[in-house]
Design a protein around this ligand. Structure first.
Ligand code: PEP
Ligand code: MG
Length: 530
């Protein structure tokens, strides 16, 4: 008998078995070609105008008059017949919708840019931005809503923000044609305990939407239209695996009685709930940039608060290590594309830094709060953040929390001794460190956490742990190597005693720790950060 099922291969980047219907999350290509009608284009302009007017009203009601004014200009542009008319007419005459919208926006922007009045000339950028928002609107409306039942998301490039948005609404697995194990989508998938394949066969983008499927990462396979007995077996297997719940405060003992503290990494309330249920002490790394990777400008204090409050309110009395926006690597939002990004961009925008720090201090009042600076390369950067943090603490009437740095650049790891007097703690980021030392792109499908076992990387980690011990500074590892069964024992052997791992992995990592002996009689005593 022939097997009617379809199979697609990919790299397992988050383990497990997921059962659900296929959900094609990308815009349907047909919607971006001649199949978009003039009425669709008119409706997309109207939707952008409506959204911006509603956002402006919301900002105004929060007292953000200046921001409301800026957003309102976008609403007026999107409703302006001088822009919508040519785009609609060109589409009606048979032009492809994206070209029609882009041409109309460019023509209008060029007219404005040529005006002698600098205020009006500046509107040229706003017109182009509205043009892209209308294209996005068409793309967005072309992607169907997620199914009501459990589903497996299939996209050309799975976005970490998608995973967070869909996590508690039936997401059973994810398949991405792009990316690898060190991309942020994979990191978030592991944190959520959602099985995921990356670098998948591109033909999967044409899989039958709505059809039943099994995602089995052990086999690296997505099976569409599997036999009924295969579904039953997969559902019965589910996420197996041993689990040990850490004791209160995320405490776990190695096989030879050494105490280790386990916290979890998160970018959302969903992961935080999962990590705490799994016994994590708290959040050891909050990636604050993930909700803003599509932002069109620096988040305001109110926008930060809206993201931070649901997470930090779960962490009353518990550790909450909140990292400043790390708009670098695969997390550069459109408004920073092509220019300086990451920590440099944040430090060059002191208002944006102040907004985030005040929001962190306000939302984290009841937690054991600490602020973490990403991608640090110089002491000057630490000093500038320290000054801004003191100022934000005064403004909010709280005492400044501990300040730590990510050690994830090789030169910073090598110079750990000179950074130690300026900080309260180090958090070692093995993801970026591994990528730099081995010269591998994080998006490369072959780049994976286990590569941190390379002696050059272990040497740097050992050096950081010793520098921390000598200076009396706390140290932890929050990169994904901490949740890798091959690297974890090596980290423990080097003296690391605090780990922060993907939220869904806490019980499994706890179990591996209980099975590891660190031989602390013959090695150094380790870095006790409690
Ligand atoms: C790291 O680089 O190890 C890290 C934890 O930061 P991110 O993965 O967010 O770059
Ligand atoms: Mg990093």
């Amino acid at each position: 008998m022939t097997d009617p099922s379809q199979r697609y291969q990919g790299w397992a980047v988050s383990e497990g078995i997921g059962v659900g219907e296929i959900y094609l999350g990308d815009a349907r290509p047909a919607a971006m070609t001649g199949n978009v009608s003039a009425d669709d284009v008119r409706a997309a302009f109207a939707a952008v105008a409506r959204d911006r007017a509603a956002l402006a009203a919301q900002l105004r009601s929060r007292g953000q008059e200046h921001e409301a004014g800026i957003v309102e200009i976008g609403a007026l542009i999107a409703a302006d017949p001088a822009l919508t008319g040519p785009a609609v007419e060109a589409t009606r005459a048979g032009a492809d919708a994206v070209t029609a919208i882009s041409d109309a926006a460019s023509a209008q922007a060029d007219l404005l840019a040529a005006l002698p009045d600098p205020d009006l000339a500046q509107r040229a950028g706003d017109v182009r931005q509205v043009g892209s928002a209308v294209v996005d609107q068409l793309r967005g409306s072309a992607a169907p809503p997620p199914p009501a039942s459990r589903f497996i998301l299939v996209r050309r490039e799975v976005d970490p923000a998608d995973l967070i948005r869909l996590a508690e609404s039936g997401l059973a697995g994810a398949v991405s044609v792009g990316g690898g194990a060190s991309s942020h989508a994979a990191i978030i998938a592991r944190g959520l305990g959602v099985p995921m394949l990356a670098g998948a066969d591109p033909r999967v983008l044409a899989a039958a939407a709505g059809h039943p499927a099994i995602l089995d990462t052990a086999a690296g396979t997505l099976i569409v239209d599997p036999a009924a007995n295969q579904v039953a077996a997969a559902e019965a297997t589910g996420l197996t695996g041993a689990a040990v719940l850490p004791a209160a405060g995320g405490q776990v003992q190695t096989a030879d009685g050494v105490q280790v503290t386990l916290a979890c990494n998160a970018a959302s309330a969903a992961e935080t709930r999962l990590g705490l249920a799994g016994g994590a002490a708290g959040v050891g790394l909050l990636r604050t940039e993930i909700p803003f990777v599509r932002a069109v400008g620096w988040p305001t204090e109110a926008e930060h608060l809206a993201q931070l409050t649901p997470v930090l309110s779960l962490l009353s009395g518990k550790p909450a290590v909140v990292r400043l926006l790390d708009f670098s690597g695969d997390k550069v939002p459109p408004f920073l594309a092509g220019g300086p990004n990451g920590l440099a961009a944040l430090l060059d925008a002191p208002e944006a830094l102040g907004d985030q720090l005040r929001a962190i201090l306000r939302a984290g009042r009841d937690t054991q709060l600490a602020v973490l600076v990403p991608m640090v390369v110089s002491l000057d950067e630490v000093g500038r953040v320290r000054t801004a943090l003191d100022k934000a603490a005064k403004a909010t009437g709280v005492s400044p929390p501990e300040l730590g740095i990510m050690v994830e650049v090789a030169a910073t790891a090598a110079a750990a001794g000179s950074f130690a007097p300026a900080v309260d703690f180090f958090s070692i980021g093995t993801n970026d460190l591994t990528s730099e030392v081995l010269g591998r792109d994080r998006a490369d499908p072959g780049t994976r956490p286990a590569l941190a076992a390379d002696p050059r990387i272990l040497d740097l980690i050992s050096h950081v742990v010793r520098a921390a011990e000598e200076a009396g500074v706390k140290v932890s590892v929050c990169g994904d190597a901490a949740a890798d069964p091959e690297v974890l024992p090596l980290l423990l052997g080097l003296g690391v005693r605090t780990l922060s791992v993907g939220a869904a992995r806490v019980p499994r990592v706890a179990e591996w720790i209980t099975r590891t002996g660190v031989g602390h009689d013959v090695m150094r005593g380790g870095n006790d950060v409690s």
